[in-house]
Design a protein around this ligand. Structure first.
Ligand code: CA
Length: 232
């Protein structure tokens, strides 16, 4: 079993590496987030031990970018007890387990073995509404097999609506989930982005899949075909 340990405290990293080697693991070390991310995406590890506070790129970002690159190697995050982040953040960001420093080596090995037994987590499933397909892992959208390029915000808006396909989401729900809770700009930004999405995923394909529900919000539903010259 090959394990990558990303930890900038060299003494700790070396102690962990030696211990894991003695347990029969093949161990590689990285001492900053950039090197760790590179190794984790270039080499087929069975498991990654990832510290959070790291030079160059922090552990959360390393994990997020691994997942965005489609790397689903199980990740065990090392969190500091007095850190500003907590375990919930680690799990939200795609880690599979966490261990609070200082930790016992025996516990670390037990957790790693448990992760290895579980295997790589499953890639999140595609969201499908009619012939519209959104792949959350690869950040891709296609309609009837044709790839549609979206900006990050358009993608996140479409993902939110497709996760709630068939249900109406209000402008405020959308602002909270796609912008952020503290967004204080013009709420009409939602309409503007709905317009951008329609021009990319609906109009070129003569479909209507994003419906406006007057006074309530928006809904993604199985698309209706419309004739090219219909007024939508
Ligand atoms: Ca550290």
């Amino acid at each position: 079993m090959r394990v990558l340990v990303v930890e900038d405290e060299r003494k700790l990293a070396v102690t962990v590496a030696r211990g894991l080697a003695a347990e029969g693991f093949a161990v590689d070390l990285a001492h900053d987030g950039q090197d760790g991310l590179w190794r984790a995406t270039e080499h087929p590890y069975d498991v990654v031990v990832l510290d959070i506070m790291l030079p160059v790129i922090n552990g959360y970002e390393v994990c997020r970018r691994m997942r965005a690159a489609g790397v689903w190697t199980p990740v065990l995050m090392l969190t500091a007890k007095d850190g500003e982040h907590d375990e919930a953040d680690a799990l939200d960001l795609g880690a599979d387990d966490y261990l609070t420093k200082p930790f016992s080596f025996v516990v670390l090995v037990a957790r790693l073995r448990a992760l290895l037994r579980r295997g790589a987590p499953e890639r999140p499933a595609d969201l499908v509404v009619g012939d519209l397909v959104l792949d959350p892992a690869a950040h891709r959208v296609s309609r009837g097999g044709t790839e549609v390029r979206l900006t990050a915000r358009e993608f996140s808006l479409l993902e939110y609506l497709m996760r709630h396909a068939g249900d109406v989401r209000s402008k405020l729900d959308i602002l909270d989930h796609v912008w952020d809770t503290y967004y204080e700009g013009d709420p009409n930004i939602v309409e503007v982005y709905i317009g951008y999405l329609r021009r990319k995923i609906d109009e070129p394909f003569q479909r209507v899949s994003i419906e406006t529900v007057r006074g309530a919000g928006y809904r993604v539903a199985t698309p209706r075909r419309v004739s090219p010259d219909a007024d939508v």
